[in-house]
Design a protein around this ligand. Structure first.
Ligand SMILES: CC(C)(COP(=O)(O)OP(=O)(O)OC[C@H]1O[C@@H](n2cnc3c(N)ncnc32)[C@H](O)[C@@H]1OP(=O)(O)O)[C@@H](O)C(=O)NCCC(=O)NCCS
Length: 131
């Protein structure tokens, strides 16, 4: 979320959503804990049901919130949590995974097989994150 004000009550909504969904078959978080029990790296993913098509089962995986804390970067943590998440999404039946890559995240995703998708478009319907 580069360039975005990340403060606001959306954090509580996110925490509530994760509490209700983690452990189910639609949302998973893979984390690496530091010595003090803090999370040093994480990758969160969601399973979405779309429309089945001729070459696609219609189950999409979305990779989100891949982060490694500053002091712990370049140790393979980001790769480990992202790889574990991709495996989990595959096990859930996903046949297509999507994400929005940051500049620093792009090499990691490319090394795991992700390719840029120039036709992707999005429409933000209303500014929401501070509501
Ligand atoms: C992207 C991020 C999660 C990588 O985490 P990490 O724990 O440092 O990643 P790893 O140590 O597993 O590195 C995996 C690969 O990513 C690439 N990479 C990681 N950091 C890089 C950097 N600063 N510059 C260039 N490539 C980098 C490399 O290809 C690396 O492979 P290597 O081990 O062969 O060098 C971390 O930099 C981060 O949290 N960035 C800020 C948040 C962000 O942009 N997240 C991605 C959102 S899409």
């Amino acid at each position: 979320m580069v360039g975005v004000d990340t403060s606001g009550p959306w954090r509580d909504r996110l925490a509530e959503y994760l509490r209700s969904q983690l452990g189910g078959d639609r949302v998973a978080a893979f984390v690496i804990e530091g010595p003090g029990g803090d999370i040093t790296a994480c990758a969160i993913g969601l399973v979405h049901q779309g429309l089945p098509g001729p070459d696609h089962a219609g189950i999409f995986g979305q990779v989100q919130t891949v982060v490694t804390g500053w002091p712990f970067r370049r140790r393979g943590y980001g790769r480990a949590v992202t790889y574990a998440l991709v495996e989990w999404l595959t096990d859930q039946g996903c046949t297509l995974l999507t994400l929005t890559a940051s500049d620093v995240g792009a090499p990691l995703y490319a090394s795991l097989g992700f390719t840029p998708s120039p036709r992707t478009m999005r429409l933000v319907l209303r500014p929401f994150h501070r509501a």
